[in-house]
Design a protein around this ligand. Structure first.
Ligand code: AMP
Length: 394
């Protein structure tokens, strides 16, 4: 068990809180502030206990350079909206003289937000000197950035080793919910996986076949599995380097009595474009000149039938190229099906979450994960470095 913020005394202490404020920003405006809203309980708790709060986060991939469009300034403004009674200051560099001075001037109940950690090249290489600078601002370190807990970065790993530490509420909630479901699921327990990156998710399937009753695979990754079964997939997306592994996984699932459901029909096109003509292909086999861009209606019906009996569901990844309206139906129907499940449902990954949100189904989902990559690593059975480094409760 890792130390949590409830087990440490933060009164009058400078607390460095690592959060995941990697929010989408367009023209200086935050388009989705979910990650900020989900962080508020930890922030409010620490402030109420008299902490001097120094908040740090990354945003985007500026690769060690200052990129104005990736500044955390819009986040500072958003925090003012949510915490109108709290004094919030902003440091234009996450380390250095200004950050040091502002952190020393902080009073209990005040916030200092540091500029984007990734403007400094030390962050992503877990640089001990950068970590030391960052740690010198505070007396306690709290990690609540579940979205980056799988990254070996300075503000996640090296800093934690330099200060007394604990995890925040969001980190605790994410990890306990996901691991709780994996350890003790109400059955039937099913995983639905989709999206295009087979290499990201194939190890998740490998681990999950030890735990679930069935796996449903849709989206671009399904065609690597169909090819492994000797089915013609035409021009569909295939990761040839993973076909053999997919074959082994299917054999292993078979031995364990785990059903792997793959598309039995498809919505195809001859090109990956939004206005491409859609062809309904009523069999699993796909003609040579076409590529599957969505699961077909029979597959959707099959997946929904399985879902209706489930008590626990994990869903990550769209069932098709849902950014194109014509090929979004499969994903939308699965989103609605997941929302109807009477049991615990966990949804991760930007695209699946976007589908749930577009359909305004957030309230019908048991847990929406704030960390796509981190949640996949947990589902793979990995220990996340950002959590491992936190002190255990004695
Ligand atoms: P991922 O990042 O692995 O979750 O993949 C998400 C992406 O997969 C989305 O941008 C989808 O457009 C894409 N995708 C889903 N289904 C297909 C498909 N059948 N063919 C190509 N790309 C797909």
């Amino acid at each position: 068990m890792k130390k949590t913020i409830e087990s440490i005394d933060v009164k009058n202490k400078k607390v460095l809180l690592r959060v995941d404020f990697n929010v989408p920003i367009e023209n200086g405006n935050i388009v989705d502030d979910t990650r900020i809203v989900r962080e508020l309980p930890t922030i409010k708790y620490l402030l109420s206990k008299g902490a001097k709060l120094i908040i740090c986060s990354h945003l985007g991939r500026p690769k060690g350079k200052v990129v104005e469009s990736m500044s955390l300034m819009p986040v500072a403004k958003k925090l003012v909206d949510y915490l109108p009674l709290t004094r919030i200051k902003f440091a234009s560099d996450c380390i250095g003289k200004e950050a040091k001075k502002l952190s020393e001037e902080l009073k209990p109940g005040e916030i200092l937000l540091l500029e984007n950690l990734r403007f400094n090249s030390g962050e992503e290489i877990n640089d001990p000197f950068f970590a030391k600078e960052l740690a010198s601002l505070a007396e306690i370190y709290v990690n609540d950035a579940f979205g980056t807990a799988h990254r070996n970065h300075a503000s996640v790993c090296a800093v934690a080793k330099l200060l007394p530490n604990a995890v925040g509420f969001l980190m605790g909630q994410e990890v306990n919910t996901i691991l709780g479901v994996l350890d003790n699921p109400e059955r039937p327990f099913v995983a639905i996986l989709g999206g295009s990156k087979v290499s990201d998710k194939i190890y998740v399937i490998m681990n999950l076949i030890n735990k679930v009753n069935a796996v449903m695979i849709g989206g671009g990754m399904a065609y690597t599995f169909l090819k492994a079964k000797g089915i013609n997939v035409g021009k569909s997306l295939v990761d040839d380097s993973k076909v053999e592994l997919a074959k082994n996984i299917l054999d292993e699932a078979d031995k364990r009595g785990v059903n792997v459901f793959l598309p039995i029909d498809h919505l195809c096109a001859d090109a990956l474009t939004p206005n491409a003509k859609a062809y309904k292909i009523r069999s699993a086999e796909i003609p040579d000149n076409l590529m599957a861009l969505d699961i077909g209606p029979r597959t959707t019906k099959l997946f929904l039938k399985v879902l209706r009996k489930c008590k626990t569901v994990i869903w990550n990844g769209p069932m098709g190229v849902f950014e194109f309206k014509k090929f979004a139906k499969g994903t939308e129907k699965i989103a609605k099906g997941v929302a109807k499940v009477q049991g615990k449902t966990i949804v991760g990954g930007g695209d699946s979450i976007a589908a749930i949100r577009d359909l305004k189904l957030q309230d019908k989902i048991y847990h929406i994960s704030t960390g796509g990559g981190a949640s996949l690593k947990l589902l793979e059975g990995e220990i996340l470095p950002g959590i491992e480094v936190i002190e255990d409760v004695k």
